[in-house]
Design a protein around this ligand. Structure first.
Ligand SMILES: [Zn+2]
Length: 336
């Protein structure tokens, strides 16, 4: 196998001769950041210090400015690339393409001098992610195990809305999720005409502002430390609060609580305590979506990402079995 793509033990997805995606690599002059989730940011400081350019979409840059502070990216040479905009480096061409995941997220295509199309999907969700044809494909593996199938996708949003509406009859509702997914839920509720105020802590507030700047419609939201929000919290007026998953032990203990998790496969939601539900809102493809992507991309070789959380070994096996396309997990063994 000519190594036109690989995943290193540090989690860098290598494409062609020059590009390393989503982790630092000592010899590659270009680092691509596919999106602002933390498992795609390792070694970013080293990349800024060492690479000729760190490439990302404008929206991803804005999100990292909020999540890491505005000075962080100034320590290196950041090149923003819009979707489909071409960046030529040496004898290769790099383009970023839309994926349905979080704001700014991209899949990465490198076309080399021999005309090979080398593609990294990064994290994605079907059906709204365009499937790109490739010769060599590196694919995410979050739900790479054949048991990870969600047959109930269409009902999740309406169940979420009705859980929130029922909760609001009794008081405030607290929602917990990761950056990006929180804003997706705000947009779902806004579209469903849930018109109580939303209350958010500062980082969620600032991420939300970026999402609005890039076209999302989130409704009216207030900073949790502000006077208006504090008053509502004291009076237990109906409102919907949105917090990062990491805060779920600390806030909204007496309210109705809803956690967003992709790791739910039995049904669209599950009651986990007297006042708590988990809703299966995922921003990743399930197993069937992963297989469908590979099938329609028509690669000659697939590499399954065995660095990030997922099931790269099982997915590689199923790709070989179901599609008869050579596939291997890389790095060979996941880091402890
Ligand atoms: Zn992600």
């Amino acid at each position: 196998m000519s190594l036109k793509a690989a995943v290193t033990t540090r989690g860098a997805v290598l494409l062609g001769k020059y590009v390393a995606c989503d982790a630092f690599d000592e010899v590659r002059p270009l680092r691509v950041v596919t999106h602002a989730h933390s498992d795609h940011l390792p070694g970013l400081r080293e990349s800024l210090e060492n690479c000729e350019a760190v490439v990302m979409t404008p929206a991803t840059k804005h999100l990292i400015d909020v999540l890491k502070g505005p000075l962080f990216l100034m320590t290196g040479e950041v090149k923003t690339l819009r979707y489909e905009e071409e960046f030529a480096y040496g004898d290769e061409r790099l383009t970023l393409h839309y994926v349905d995941h979080i704001l700014g997220a991209a899949q990465v295509l490198v076309e080399d001098a021999e005309g090979a199309r080398i593609l990294y999907t990064s994290d994605f969700r079907l059906p709204e992610t365009p499937i790109i044809e490739s010769d060599i494909l590196v694919i995410e593996t979050t739900y790479g195990n054949p048991s990870r199938v969600r047959p109930f996708k269409k009902t999740v949003k309406s169940i979420l809305v009705s859980l929130v509406e029922q909760g609001l009859k009794k008081g405030p509702v607290y929602l917990f999720g990761y950056h990006g997914k929180i804003q997706e839920v705000m947009e779902i509720l806004h579209r469903a005409k849930v018109r109580v105020p939303f209350v958010v802590p500062e980082k969620v507030f600032r991420v939300s502002k970026i999402c609005e700047r890039h076209g999302m419609r989130l409704g009216r939201y207030l900073l949790s430390s502000g006077e208006e929000a504090q008053l509502m919290v004291q009076r237990r007026e109906p409102y919907v609060a949105f917090y990062h998953m990491g805060s779920r032990r600390y806030v909204g203990k007496d309210a109705l609580r809803i956690c967003m998790s992709g790791w739910e496969f039995e049904g669209p939601y599950r009651r986990t305590a007297e006042n708590e539900y988990v809703v299966a809102l995922s921003d990743h493809s399930d197993f069937k979506g992963l297989i469908r992507y590979v099938k329609e991309s028509k690669p000659k070789l697939v590499i399954t990402d065995n660095y990030r959380v997922g099931d790269a070994v099982a997915l590689a096996k199923e790709i070989q079995k179901q599609l008869n396309i050579p596939a291997r997990p890389l790095p060979p063994r996941r880091n402890p």
